[in-house]
Design a protein around this ligand. Structure first.
Ligand code: PMP
Length: 425
């Protein structure tokens, strides 16, 4: 049946959207960190950084249903839920972006949020030059495809874009934080030599698509300072790290830095499409002076109800704390596995955003690209869903729902141990 569906999908949707796995999974139901396929098989979800509260969380489902029964409409009318949500969301930010200083603009997708953030940064700085990391992904619009080197060489970067190597402690050495900041300064200077004035430093605060680079906490402060010294704004893309994944509500908070603009999406509605950005009022005023913005569905009452329920459940179930505790447990277990499996070159992460780098040789750090693909597929056979990224496609990215229990983390470790043993046999 799956193969019939694959053929039907190819015929109806065309070749652009790729499926996950050679033999794709046909999922029909989810609960907590579990996913169930059409045959009733259960999978542990360590891949899908969307349903952060757990799949089909009843509080979110109920909030969506209640609001949908009452009214959903476009965003040009007054609505209490939208204002309540904006207020609750701003309350999760440090003072400089909080309810007295910050403002929210809602969109439907992370791409729209980043696209809007760039327009705002352009209006604010009068410049165009954007610095990103060398394997970044920021979204799907044409403006963002020019800023998303992870899409491959077939999608050229814009002339106004400069890339810097990600802050990779494992491969670039311990002086990395200072070098990362210096690279950013040099990138803006390079753009200026071509007459391109600075606009923004745009980075995912966990460098998720580059390969997960969280350490040492604090290095983003120097990076942001370098961008600001050049006259650019610092835009934190929190689409992946946001809403508690790293053990704190926002990924940038680990670094003790306050961005000029924060973009968010993915887990914001626990699966319901809602996204947006937060910025200082003064930054948004400048944009609104010259531009109008309308987003038919962005921040509609049903999205706001979903988002509000997500914030409530994150707090009620203390999910950022669980992400920190179970994330630490998982990382320790992975380091323990590294003691037995030479394929593991590095384990790094914060909370439940963990990268495991697989290498053919610990001395040369040669990426174990083929082995990583085999391991991702072998884990699927053991009913664990996970993805890989990085320039060598050799970095396992572990991003389970934040409700992951210790027992589930142990299941993951046992499965990985088994497939690593098979891989070395
Ligand atoms: N930024 C980052 C860091 C992302 O990972 C993604 C999605 N993978 C986006 C932006 C774009 O979000 P969306 O797919 O909701 O447009």
């Amino acid at each position: 049946h799956e193969q019939t569906m694959v053929a039907r999908r190819r015929r109806l949707l065309g070749p652009a959207y790729r499926l996950f796995y050679e033999h794709p999974v046909h999922l029909v139901r989810g609960e907590g960190a579990w996913l169930f396929d059409a045959a009733g098989e259960r999978y542990l979800d360590c891949y899908n950084n969307v349903a952060s509260l757990g799949h089909a969380h009843p509080s979110v489902v109920e909030a969506i249903a209640t609001q949908a029964r009452q009214l959903n409409t476009h965003t040009r009318y007054l609505h209490d839920t939208v204002l309540d949500y904006a207020e609750a969301l701003l309350a999760s930010f440090p003072a400089a972006l909080g309810p007295d200083a910050g403002q929210v603009m809602f969109t439907c997708t992370g791409s729209e949020a980043n696209d809007l953030a760039l327009r705002i940064a352009r209006a604010h700085t009068g410049g165009e030059g954007v610095v990103i990391t060398s394997l970044a992904y920021h979204g799907v619009t044409s403006a963002l495809a020019e800023l998303s080197p992870s899409l491959g060489e077939g999608v050229p970067l814009g002339r106004h874009v400069a890339t810097v190597a990600p802050p990779d402690l494992y491969r670039r050495g311990p002086d990395m934080p200072a070098r990362f900041a210096a690279d950013i300064a040099a990138a803006f200077a390079g753009l200026a030599r071509h007459g391109i004035r600075p606009c923004a430093l745009l980075v995912d605060t966990m460098f998720t698509s580059d390969g997960v680079f969280p350490d040492p906490a604090g290095f983003l402060r120097e990076a942001a300072a370098a961008a600001r010294a050049a006259g650019a704004l610092f835009i934190a893309d929190e689409v992946q790290p946001g809403f508690g994944r790293t053990g704190t509500m926002w990924g940038f908070a680990r670094h003790g830095v306050e961005p000029d603009i924060v973009t968010m999406g993915k887990p914001m509605g626990n699966g319901h499409p809602v996204a947006g950005l937060v910025a200082q009022a003064a930054v948004l005023e400048r944009f609104a002076a010259t531009a109008r913005y309308f987003n038919t569905f962005g921040g509609n009452p049903v999205s706001a109800a979903a988002g509000l329920a997500v914030l409530r459940v994150l707090a009620e179930e203390a999910l950022p704390d669980n992400a920190a505790a179970v994330g630490t447990f998982l990382a320790e277990g992975l380091r323990d596995l590294a003691g037995r499996h030479a394929l593991i070159g590095d384990v790094r992460g914060a909370g439940l955003s963990i990268g495991v780098e697989l290498v053919r040789d610990r001395a040369t750090r040669d990426p174990a690209t083929a082995a990583t693909t085999r391991i991702v597929n072998a884990l699927r056979q053991r009913r664990v869903l996970i993805s890989a990224s990085g320039p060598g496609a050799n970095i396992l990215k572990i991003r389970p729902p934040l409700c992951l229990s210790r027992a589930q983390a142990e299941m993951f470790l046992d499965a990985l141990d088994a497939v690593l043993r098979e891989a070395s046999a």
